[in-house]
Design a protein around this ligand. Structure first.
Ligand code: GDP
Length: 312
C-alpha cells in the first residue's frame, strides 16, 4: 500500500472487537496520527441516563480501565447501585457498575446542559487520560432497530442485552441515519486521512450503523486512499457476540469473504485471518495474518502487522 512518513489513520470501531485494534494502534501511533470514530447506534436512554456502550468500551480500553474479563465495563467495579436498584424493584437488566455510573451521570449532565456528544466524548477522554480523538460518528440520535421473528421489533439493547441476542433477526434498521450527518470533526478526519481502517467489529451491528449516516459511505468512497477492513470472522466463527449467528439468519455464508462482499466497493483492501480459507475479489488487495487479539501483546502485534502491510 506504500504509505510513508507521518501518515494519518482513521479507524472505525464498534465495541469490544474495535477496542482491541484501537488499543494496538494507539500503542504504535501518536495521537495526531490516529482518529477513532465510534458507532452510536447502540446508544440509548436508561434510568434517565444517556449510555453509549461502544464509546465507553473503547474509552475504558484506551484508558487502561476496562474490565478485561468482559472486555467492557470498568475493572474491579462494584455494584452497590445495582443491588440497591434490585432492592426497590428497579430495572437491573442492563448492568451498570458504580464507577461506570459516574461516566453516564457526567455525560448525561453535560448533554442536558447543552454540550454536543462529540464535546462530551472529548471531555471524558481528557479526564481519563486518553489523548486520542475518540469521536462519535454523528451528534444525532440514530438508534439501531432489530426486527426479529420471535419478538417482533426490538430496540438494540433489548435485542442484545435483555434478550441476549437469541431472537432470530429478520432485518436491521438504522433509524434516522439517512437524514443525519457526520460531525465536522469526523468529516475533517476523513478528508485528512491517508488510510481508512474498519476494525474487526460486527459489520451489521457496529459498522453499518455508521455507514448509514448521511453521505458517509460516499465520502469514504471519494477518498483515493487505502480503505481496509479486518475480518471479525476467524475459522468460520465470530470471536465473540452475534456476528456469525446473524450472518446465518441473514442467509449469508459465515466467512471473511461474505464480510468483504458486504462492504463491497467501499474497500480496496482486506485483512483476513490466516486460518480462513483464502479468497479473491476483484479490486481487493488481501493480506493474510494472525488477527486473534486475546491480550495487549497480541493487539500490538496485529496492529504492527497491519501497519507494516500499509507501508509495504
Ligand atoms: P461489540 O459492539 O462489543 O459487539 O463489539 P464489536 O462490534 O466492535 O466487535 C465484535 C466483533 O469483534 C465480533 O464479530 C468478533 O468476532 C470480533 N472480534 C472480537 N475479538 C476479535 C479478535 O481478537 N480478532 C478479530 N479478528 N476479531 C475479533
Amino acid at each position: 500500500m506504500a504509505l510513508t512518513g507521518a501518515y494519518k489513520i482513521v479507524l472505525f470501531v464498534g465495541g469490544v472487537g474495535g477496542a482491541k485494534l484501537a488499543y494496538g494502534l494507539s500503542k504504535l501511533l501518536p495521537p495526531d496520527r490516529l482518529t477513532i470514530v465510534v458507532n452510536v447506534g447502540d446508544d440509548f436512554w436508561h434510568l434517565g441516563l444517556r449510555i453509549c456502550p461502544d464509546a465507553d468500551t473503547v474509552l475504558y480500553t484506551l484508558a487502561g480501565r476496562v474490565d478485561s474479563a468482559n472486555g467492557w465495563g470498568v475493572a474491579n467495579d462494584t455494584s452497590q447501585v445495582l443491588t440497591a436498584l434490585a432492592d426497590i424493584g428497579g430495572e437491573t437488566w442492563f448492568r451498570i457498575g458504580d464507577a461506570d455510573l459516574a461516566t453516564h451521570l457526567t455525560r448525561t449532565d453535560r448533554l442536558r446542559r447543552g454540550a454536543r456528544p462529540t464535546e462530551v466524548a472529548t471531555e471524558l477522554c481528557a479526564v481519563m487520560g486518553v489523548e486520542y480523538a475518540l469521536l462519535p460518528v454523528t451528534d444525532e440520535s440514530v438508534p439501531t432497530i432489530v426486527d426479529t421473528k420471535e419478538k417482533g421489533r426490538l430496540s438494540f439493547q433489548s435485542y442484545f442485552v435483555a434478550n441476549r441476542w437469541q431472537p432470530t433477526v429478520t432485518a436491521i434498521g438504522y433509524e434516522g441515519a439517512d437524514g443525519a450527518s457526520v460531525t465536522r470533526e469526523v468529516g475533517d478526519a476523513i478528508d485528512q486521512a491517508d488510510a481508512i481502517i474498519i476494525a474487526p467489529s460486527n459489520p451489521w451491528l457496529s459498522i453499518a450503523p455508521m455507514l448509514a449516516v448521511g453521505d458517509l459511505r460516499a465520502r469514504l468512497l471519494a477518498r483515493d486512499v487505502p480503505r481496509i477492513a479486518m475480518s471479525p470472522i476467524i475459522g468460520g466463527r465470530a470471536v465473540k457476540g452475534p456476528a456469525a449467528k446473524l450472518m446465518r439468519e441473514l442467509g449469508l455464508e459465515v466467512s471473511a469473504a461474505s464480510v468483504a462482499d458486504y462492504y463491497g466497493d467501499l474497500l480496496n483492501g482486506f485483512v483476513d485471518d490466516v486460518v480462513n480459507p483464502p479468497f479473491e475479489h476483484d479490486g481487493l488487495k488481501i493480506a493474510r495474518m494472525d488477527t486473534m487479539m486475546p491480550d495487549g501483546e497480541a493487539r500490538i502485534r496485529v496492529a504492527q502487522s497491519l501497519l507494516e502491510w500499509l507501508e509495504s
